[in-house]
Design a protein. Sequence first.
Length: 290
Amino acid sequence: MEGWGIGLVDAGFGSDTAFQDGLCPNCYEWIFNDQRVQMIPFRYTSHEPISNLPKLLKAYNSRGGSIIEFQRVVSFFFLSRKSSHYVWVPPNGSYALRSLPDTLTTLLFGWWSLSGFFWTIQVLITNLGGGRDATQELLDATGGGNAELARQAIDEENRARRQESVRAVLLFVGIIGSVALLWWLTDTVIDWQTRRRNRSQAVPTQVHAREPAKRPNAVGTAPIPSDTEVRLQAIFYNTNGSSTAIINRTTVLVSEHIGGYTVLAIEPQSVTVKSASGQQKILRLSDGGH
């Protein structure tokens, strides 16, 4: 019968425990109804328990009447949803009046998609015609209207759904965590490879020392001041900014001091230094670093 859902075994209940004590195995499927979702071009149908079934059965058992299924449609552009709603109608009660909540909801929100348009027409005809009498089906499904059995079955179904939801959340968290870990490992490996490649490219443009010829001082003259005795022996130039140079047999970086000078810049073939008095001097490999 269209609009109704799964059986007890399909819902996850064991046939040897859930069907005992007079519960009808062949009719139990009527305790669940379909919640249909249409999202062009996809369609999804879920089977939800009739949560108010025990209350409906108690009202029927105490006062008679009927249990009626009404439907409602809600649509939004490409998304449409059709669901069932069950109400108890007392003897001589108005079916049309009981259908008003679902009928008005469908009238207001059911038209706003292609699937919803056709579903709305179908649902309005059904609801305004008095809905669908599901009394006998529900009585057969619950062993003659046993509200306690219906409540137990619905509780078991809800418990199983909660457990499934927890498993789904844990699976989702695990997937997200795995993706994040993989991304972190990939980024770490790429960074390590980049650093290694940069270190391998840091080759000096000239590695041999070049000693200038010694020039003797004239007799009786004073020694040359220390800030003029800076000589460039080698340059280790690196494009990433960590270049070094050997001046007076000492390895220096930019902004370090040597022989009364401050290193301002290291180029592939020269080094610019500045004395304490503010005078700049360019030391070149080609002329021995003077």
